[in-house]
Design a protein around this ligand. Structure first.
Ligand code: UDP
Ligand code: MG
Length: 351
């Protein structure tokens, strides 16, 4: 290599300003959210402007078919680094979140929905808790606005069942909106399973946790991507990926039925030997047969659920495929400018 080139390289190595270390990564999975993304980005940027450390926003496009991706790629450059990971198709929110978590750069991560149901304004409080030494800041909904009584009731039942069946302490009414320190994210990224029930996965590593209450708003616009069929599947995923209690329950019920059948059988034999028997008992026969048949089918279905999951895990397919990555580096702001901006803002805040 000519000397001048070597010098050039060495020079550029010394003099090129290094990228500031990102402290907070905000992960935003989205799927067809073109109506809300501009407002979401406006509100999130305002909030991040108030955090004095460098931040990044990782948008994960979960195979949107509308113009959501173009909208994100056209956001005006700001002091925060913006990235958009575009998945090759819709893999589901759980996979989209996993993609974001595997590409973070910060020392802490906040996962937030794009539909403004989780208020970005709560992020500084989450960061404060993290700076106090907590590794996980769970955001608990104090109120579920805009949801039917049936959804609230079924959600309450689900959390009760889940916590009863799993050995984990999965906090009730805490969604995916939470802050995780990089220690926790590294543990989560090390979990090899394909079945990503994130609420359970977030709770699995443990670490020092705290809970903050917040008011979950209604969707800014558009519709929820969930329906009851999906939610039932989701609930099954949650229970079966973190617990084998349903199998134990099936064994227990089977055992109880077998025992009572034995006792009842002995009673019938004794009765027949002592008093004889005329042919009767069609209704009781039918009831016993139907009940046993039902329980057997249910148990086979349950076994099937677990076998299905083993099948999915055994294939070891990747969780998602990335089609493209868009990156917008942080716009450089000189220290003086930045302080001036901060000063102006605080002045405005406390005026
Ligand atoms: N989402 C996603 N992929 C999907 C479905 C949803 O990335 O397949 C995103 C969606 O754009 C939103 C978040 O996940 O940012 C929460 O979705 P939604 O509001 O539909 O769920 P809900 O709040 O009703 O539970
Ligand atoms: Mg929502």
């Amino acid at each position: 290599m000519p000397a001048i080139n070597r010098l050039d390289t060495a020079f550029s190595g010394v003099c090129q300003p290094t990228e500031p270390k990102i402290i907070l990564s905000v992960i935003v999975p989205f799927f067809n959210e073109q109506e809300v993304l501009p407002e979401f980005h406006r509100r999130l940027s305002l909030v991040l402007d108030r955090i004095p450390e460098p931040c990044e926003i990782i948008y994960v496009d979960d195979g949107s078919t509308d113009s959501s991706r173009e909208i994100v790629q056209n956001f005006v450059p700001s002091v925060h680094k913006i990235r958009c990971l575009a998945l090759s198709r819709n893999f589901g929110k759980e996979a989209a979140m996993s993609a974001g978590l595997e590409h973070y750069e910060g020392e802490a991560v906040v996962v937030i929905d794009a539909d403004l149901q989780d208020p970005p304004e709560a992020i500084p409080q989450m960061v404060e808790k993290w700076q106090e030494g907590y590794d996980v800041v769970n955001m608990k909904r104090s109120e579920r606005r805009g949801e039917t009584w049936f959804k609230k009731f079924s959600a309450a039942c689900f959390y009760k069942t889940l916590n009863l069946m799993t050995k984990l302490d999965i906090p009730e009414n805490v969604g995916d909106f939470r802050l995780l320190s990089s220690n926790v994210v590294e543990c989560i990224n090390g979990l090899p399973e394909r079945n990503r029930y994130m609420k359970g996965i977030f709770s699995w590593p443990g670490f020092k946790q705290t809970t903050v209450l917040f008011q979950r708003d209604e969707r800014f616009c558009g519709n929820s991507k969930w329906n009851y069929f999906k939610l039932v599947g989701f609930a099954m995923d949650g229970i079966t990926s973190f617990s084998i209690q349903p199998l134990r329950l099936a064994t227990l019920i089977g055992g109880l039925i077998a025992l009572s059948a034995f006792v009842y059988g002995a009673f019938i034999v004794m009765k027949t030997m002592m008093f004889g028997e005329t042919v009767s008992g069609y209704p009781s026969m039918m009831i016993v047969q139907l009940a046993l048949g039902g329980i057997q089918l249910l148990s086979i279905g349950l076994l099937g659920e677990y076998i299905g999951r083993i099948f999915i895990e055994a294939k070891r397919r990747p969780l998602y495929c990335i089609a493209s990555v868009y990156e917008q580096p942080a716009k450089r702001v000189s220290f003086a400018q930045y302080n001036f901006k901060q000063h102006k803002r605080y002045h405005h805040d406390y005026k």
